[in-house]
Design a protein around this ligand. Structure first.
Ligand SMILES: [Fe+2]
Length: 336
């Protein structure tokens, strides 16, 4: 199947693809001439997210990184621009690839060399709000501001050495940990929940739905934002763990049936599961997404490969704590 003929089905696995290796970018030739329409899509994506009422819900480190990265709101920057703004700060390099979903093993090999791959694919007009497939807007706008920041480079440095030495089973956990931290993680900052994951930051729909849940938690008196928020979330988690795990089992069952693979089904997963499991839609179960503390045991149970809207997001007490939790799992494996 030519990848241009029909959209890939998001079964949750990374799609196999036919790649013409002669099309891969060389070290010398990393740049692309983008069309006017592609620059316009970039500008509209940028303007759709880079709004004060949205970015106030994104963590401080991303905002600091955005200042340093100096991305143009008007069009797609060159790889050279990215390297010049990132490599001197953290040592990470950026490489363009034709591969649209890089297989985890290849991805981590590059990661181990401190190379962050960006695709040469940009979403089309009909995917402005949401694309299940990570495109270059996701890579550049979502991840790369962070790569100007030392702490993020250090977090990213942890994954590859562990992944290389991990058993197959551990690799699944590692992929989930990466998914629910750097892709879809949240963090408590300024006594609010803030978005950390690049997958949320780069998708207007995912971002706005996540922010709506922050407000709902306040509106429904689940979280009192005038008191420390993280201990309240922990208390809800402890009190509701049984139902939370029933929901995760439900997500796994849907995932195995391939029913987590479209945006339409994905957005309604949590609501559908409250109904089918007889869980009252109130408290932490009142919204389209469930917030829980970042906890390895829980994350290891829920599939990573949910290309639709994630029904559950995990919050770290701080980025330092995220670092420590990731270390506790990844370091012993890396040191084998
Ligand atoms: Fe990503």
């Amino acid at each position: 199947m030519s990848k241009n003929q029909s959209a890939p089905a998001y079964t949750g696995d990374i799609a196999a693809q036919e790649i013409d290796p002669s099309r891969e970018y060389s070290k010398e030739n990393q740049e692309i001439e983008f069309s006017g329409e592609q620059h316009a899509i970039w500008a509209d994506l940028f303007a759709g997210i880079y709004q004060p009422y949205l970015i106030e819900h994104i963590c401080a480190e991303w905002k600091a990184g955005m200042e340093l990265l100096e991305l143009s709101p008007m069009g797609i920057c060159t790889v050279r621009h990215l390297i010049d703004h990132i490599t001197p700060r953290t040592g990470w390099r950026i490489e363009r690839t034709v591969v649209r979903y890089t297989l985890a093993d290849d991805w981590y090999k590059k990661f181990g060399q401190r190379v962050f791959l960006i695709t040469d694919y940009l979403r089309t007009r009909d995917q402005m709000e949401f694309t299940p497939e990570p495109d270059m807007f996701h890579d550049i706008f979502g991840h790369l501001p962070f790569l100007t920041q030392k702490f993020y480079a250090e977090i990213e440095d942890k994954f590859a050495p562990a992944y290389m030495k991990a058993t197959q089973e551990e690799r699944e956990v590692i992929k989930r940990l990466a998914w629910y931290s750097t892709e879809f993680g949240l963090v408590a900052q300024e006594n609010r929940f803030k978005v950390f994951g690049a997958g949320i930051i780069s998708g207007r729909k995912e971002l706005t739905r996540t922010i709506m849940e922050f407000y709902r938690l306040g509106r429904d008196n689940v979280i009192d934002y005038s008191k420390p928020v993280f201990p309240q979330l922990e208390a809800h988690f402890r009190a509701n763990k049984t139902n939370l795990y029933r929901i995760i089992d439900g997500v796994n069952a849907l995932h195995q049936k391939g029913q987590m693979s479209t945006a339409d089904e994905g957005w309604n997963v949590a609501l559908g599961l409250y109904k089918s499991l007889g869980i009252k839609p109130e408290g932490i179960f009142g919204g389209e997404v469930i917030l829980a503390p970042f906890d390895i045991e829980t994350i290891a149970r829920i599939p990573k490969t949910v290309y639709a809207f994630n029904p559950m997001l995990f919050v770290c007490r701080s980025l330092e704590e995220m670092d420590a939790i990731l270390d506790s799992y990844l370091k012993p494996i890396a040191m084998r």
